[in-house]
Ligand binder design. Sequence first.
Ligand SMILES: Nc1ncnc2c1ncn2[C@@H]1O[C@H](COP(=O)(O)OP(=O)(O)OP(=O)(O)O)[C@@H](O)[C@H]1O
Ligand SMILES: [Mg+2]
Length: 301
Amino acid sequence: MSYTDTPLIEVRGLSKSYRRQPVLTDLDLTLPSGIHALLGPNGAGKTTLVNILSTLIPFDRGEVRVLGLDVRRDRKRLQGMISLTGQYAAVDGALSGMENMLMMGQLFGLSRRDAKRRADVLLDRFDLTAAAGKRVSTYSGGMRRKVDIAASLIASPRLIFLDEPTTGLDTRSRQALWDEINALAASGTSIFLTTQYLEEADVLAERILVLDAGRIVADGTAAQLKERVGGSTIQLHDDAGHIVETLPTHGSADDLARQLARIAERRPDVSVTVRKPTMDEVFLELTGQAPADTATKEVAR
Ligand SMILES: Nc1ncnc2c1ncn2[C@@H]1O[C@H](COP(=O)(O)OP(=O)(O)OP(=O)(O)O)[C@@H](O)[C@H]1O
Ligand SMILES: [Mg+2]
């Protein structure tokens, strides 16, 4: 197998329990290089999987290879090739934002000059330039999170794990992170991120994995997941905008033309829209739960 054919991540029969409680059950997964999003409700096992892939925690059964290396046997070597930013900010409060960045740069073997140059760019991208010289212990929660994320992007290892990187970030910083992730991916770094935001998975990832109760319940592109849940529908609306009828369609021009001709004849009084399922609907269908961000919006209403 040539170097480039080696899967980014290869998992066979992975199981992990905490005491007697199974968290991951007989998981299989093969991913090529690129950006991958792991989506799942609270407690699905996302952090557990990321921590296993990044060599942080042990597991009970199965085989796990990352960048072609066995996470148990080649742990030390692998650790030099990946970076992980955990779900909770892990920055040193006694150091300034800049010092945290430089420390991370040093850890990845960047020269001080390169680290400084990259840190300046990233601190600016995340609106932290003014605060860069202040101790992180004086930062807000969101600012700490941003330094943590920015620091994780300072070098370009082969693979970066980000566990819910945008939770708690404002819209601007979320966009900045998306841009940085895309730039890193374009330069050859792979990204494996977890998220509860369907929109994020949709925007960033070539491939989306949906984890629910320790099992992968769906795996594909956003379009494929939408397809699985059911194709597009034709909706007929009355004058007041109420839906009077919903018809399934596989969306081809042929099928649409045929159905629209029939509707025009039978119901000239209605207006028509064609819609694809939203990612929220996909998530609900696959896991039986609304995603966290939708649930919050519902409560707020
Ligand atoms: N150290 C631990 N000891 C015991 N149980 C644990 C431990 N860590 C995680 N669990 C359990 O494993 C399950 C999966 O947890 P995990 O943190 O992987 O979920 P998650 O998908 O990351 O959730 P969230 O979206 O809330 O971050 C949960 O039921 C959790 O209670
Ligand atoms: Mg988690």
